[in-house]
Design a protein around this ligand. Sequence first.
Ligand code: PLP
Length: 388
Amino acid sequence: MNALAATRDAGDPAVREALAGPRLHIDLGAVAANTRLLAGRAAALMAVVKADGFGHGAADVARTALAHGAVALGVATLAEGTALRAHGIAAPVLSWLNPVDADFDTALRARIELAVPGPAHLEAVVRAAASTGRRARVHLQVDTGMSRDGSDPAGWPELCRRARQAELIGLVQVVGVMSHLGCADTPGDPCTDAALEDFRAALGTVRAAGLRPRHRHLAATSATLTDPRTRFDLSRVGAGLVGIDPTGSTPLRPALTLTAPVVTVRTVPAGARVGYGHLGTTARRTHLALLPVGYADGLPRAASGRAEVLLRGRRCPVVGRISMDQLVVDTGDRPAEHGDTAVLFGPGGRGEPTVADWARWSGTIEHEVMTGLGSRLRRTVGRTAVPA
Ligand SMILES: *Cc1c(COP(=O)(O)O)cnc(C)c1O
């Protein structure tokens, strides 16, 4: 192995950056721009910041979205909701995925609104309202074809009837009715037509039970961008805020840039084996550079053999298997130098790969790559994409 020659001054900013190690930079300017675009397509916008804001930092994404057009926040779990409150965020928060024995007392004390997918949840929320003396604000949740979260259609009239009873005794207020679309990523899929029909029927049942919820909400990112019929009173948008458009219809701005310094370089002959299982073999004499990021940091191991990084202005292939903490790139006829920093992914405007590329290379979606980014990464937050 060739030790990296210290050819650059240690005071050089590029060298200082390299010494600080891998960095995940979050561009809240992109989140702001995406929020404004999506708010323009929605009747009202709920910013979904589950899974730590899709890996971008829930509190940062929440504050940015609220400042640029979102009126409420959505999370899966109660713990995600109370964490927002602990950050001093006072906006309405809805949590929609909790076991029936979740701590709904704490939820009500924290003014967190709750999705109610069935009578057992309704009963638990009513009990919490009685014990805390706080009226629960609930969103009745109906399944419209995913067989996932939400009441099945058969139980819906009974759930509505019981919710109305709980309203009449003052323990709950039904402020919303919600469902979720399973096929909205494919605009024009008849599955969405069927879900819309089911949702409208469910709303009819709600009215017939005497309920008058203010927020009827069905659309997430894809439907908000492509199907105005699904927008109703509110859109619950997560992916779009962080630059993911599953429909490929709308240019949104990615907010993440992952960089890593070169740790060591070496010159190898043709036929050199690289990494675990010797998956990689060099085709000719070449230069390799070692980067201190791997699958523990969220770079999918399944991208081994396909992935590339940007280094010294050029795309360089990742050679061999991506390891837990490190990966090797082929820099071709030129060796990397001390102080060089590789761009693993970024917005894509300077020739670097994007999260979408990593998703494609590993057979998954951007959501999974973003939410899998590791806690070991040094994170910086700004209002612009960092220059590499
Ligand atoms: C995650 C989620 C959303 C947000 O979906 P995106 O496609 O990320 O905008 C909305 N509603 C529910 C119920 C969800 O689980």
